[in-house]
Design a protein. Structure first.
Length: 70
């Protein structure tokens, strides 16, 4: 699993202040054993989602360019 591989790599210790209710909800909806895993997984999912949205935008631009070229 990507999460496990990430946790085995070097880590930066960072202190952040997060709303307790947000962290509690995150722990409820993600398959994480602790807060660190939950936040790591949430960040990974956010990055993946944004990359997918970007790729979809590029694919749409490519389709538009083909249509305009015909």
């Amino acid at each position: 699993m990507l999460l496990i591989n990430l946790l085995e790599k070097s880590m930066n210790r960072t202190t952040v202040t997060l709303p307790k209710d947000l962290v509690d909800e995150l722990l409820e909806v993600l398959p994480a054993k602790n807060k660190t895993q939950a936040v790591t997984l949430a960040i990974q999912e956010s990055i993946k989602r944004r990359k997918m949205e970007y790729l979809k935008t590029l694919a749409g631009q490519r389709r538009s360019a083909r249509t305009a070229g015909n």
